[in-house]
Design a protein around this ligand. Structure first.
Ligand code: ZN
Length: 126
């Protein structure tokens, strides 16, 4: 079982994170772990680091939901051809999901605006 980090924060609360094995502190509060953590952050959680991959991929141009679909297909193809690491493809997929939701929301907003306008016009006419 992991212990709780014994670090006491400035507000007097105890750090809620799990302590690193063989330490009473978590990765944020254990001095000897600082370098390890900085390296992990620098690598972005990847073992090889995407900076060194030099992917050279075609940029996406995303202006509407159809562009998102094209981007998804492009990402699938890049993944399958080995141009794009699965971890990165996963992230791109996630972001494309956000993009399509954002387009959906803005479409709904436009529809609501149009409905509001119709309602208002009817009120004015009466
Ligand atoms: Zn801690």
């Amino acid at each position: 079982m992991s212990k709780q980090c014994e670090f006491i924060k400035q507000n007097g609360d105890r750090c809620g994170a799990y302590a690193v094995q063989s330490s009473q502190y978590c990765i944020n509060h254990e001095e000897s772990m600082k370098e390890t953590k900085q390296n992990a952050v620098a690598k972005g959680g990847s073992s090889d680091g995407y900076k060194t991959l030099n992917l050279n991929l075609e940029p996406f141009e995303i202006k509407n939901t159809s562009d998102v679909v094209i981007a998804v297909v492009q990402t699938i193809n890049e993944l399958r051809s080995g141009k794009l690491p699965p971890k990165l493809a996963n992230t791109v997929g996630y972001l494309l999901g956000i993009a399509i939701k954002a387009f959906e929301v803005s479409e709904i907003d436009k529809k609501i605006e149009a409905i509001d306008r119709v309602i208002l016009e009817r009120k004015v006419r009466k």
